[in-house]
Design a protein around this ligand. Structure first.
Ligand SMILES: C[S@@+](CC[C@H](N)C(=O)[O-])C[C@H]1O[C@@H](n2cnc3c(N)ncnc32)[C@H](O)[C@@H]1O
Length: 248
């Protein structure tokens, strides 16, 4: 059984987490999800591994409510709020894994957000982050195109919720360095097979997800150098990060 379907980057990260959790079992493992939305990616993982405790941070009240309902009965807590300055405000402990799935392209104060992830991470913990370019290189609807235009204007007057802007490779790497983090691994996922997945009959969804992930993992072994122009072919960028040096 795959841990989720519909997004190869997220499934890759969930598999990575599952390996880390089982390597440490039965000891506890802690996950902080910065911009968890409805937390759909974590339903299967948390059902399979009750020793995992999960904290989600999410500014949207309806999404928080949906996440609480989806994760009812699991070891999970959802806090409503922006994922800025989270340490000491919304959470008091540091985590084994800090997650950001499809969030950074919607974040206005990006350096503050990446710094916040770092502050919530244990010294030997890992950040698993992916972000998407599809909104910008292949907007599917008029609403998407409008958000690309209007979101930055609203953000300039303090309204963050409609914001979305392409994440440039150089800018991301600079943010990582400024936060005192380093890149342990980088990959690219979500070719147009993401669109194919929507047409796969439900009984084949897990099998298709596995074949899609295997294929895109193979593409990652071919020595293809990622740059911003490749975002037209691979819609998601995926990184694993660690702290450069332990916290003082
Ligand atoms: C495309 S959704 C992804 C949700 C979830 N991570 C997932 O993979 O299904 C993007 C989410 O980021 C949240 N978001 C945007 N800016 C944020 C910020 N500064 N801090 C925390 N969450 C943020 C939005 O409210 C939204 O729920």
């Amino acid at each position: 059984m795959v841990l989720a379907t519909g997004n190869a980057a997220k499934v890759y990260c969930l598999n990575w987490l599952e390996a880390a959790i089982t390597a440490r079992a039965p000891a506890p493992f802690t996950i902080l999800d910065m911009g968890c939305g409805r937390a759909g990616a974590f339903v299967r993982l948390l059902s399979l591994y009750p020793q995992v405790s999960y904290v989600g941070i999410e500014p949207s009240a309806p999404a928080c409510e949906a996440a609480r309902q989806q994760l009812a009965g699991r070891n999970a807590v959802i806090h409503q709020g922006w994922a800025y300055d989270v340490a000491g405000r919304l959470v008091q402990e540091q985590f084994d894994a800090v997650i950001s799935f499809s969030v950074l392209e919607h974040v206005v104060q990006r350096q503050r957000y990446v710094d916040s992830m770092r502050d919530c991470l244990k010294d030997d913990g890992h950040i698993l982050i992916n972000y998407d370019a599809g909104h910008f290189v292949a907007p599917a609807t008029t609403r998407e195109r409008l958000k690309n235009l209007i979101g930055p204007l609203l953000a300039a007057v303090g309204i963050e919720r409609y914001y979305q802007r392409f994440v440039r490779e150089d800018d991301f790497r600079q943010m990582v360095r400024s936060a005192g983090l380093h890149i342990v691994e980088d990959k690219f996922f979500n070719t147009r097979l993401k669109g194919v997945h929507k047409h796969i009959p439900a009984e084949y969804a897990d099998e298709h997800m596995q074949r899609w992930l295997d294929y895109e993992l193979w593409l990652n072994t071919l020595g293809i150098r990622y740059d911003d122009a490749r975002a037209r072919t691979w819609f998601s960028r995926n990184f694993i990060l660690q702290k450069e040096t332990p916290s003082p």
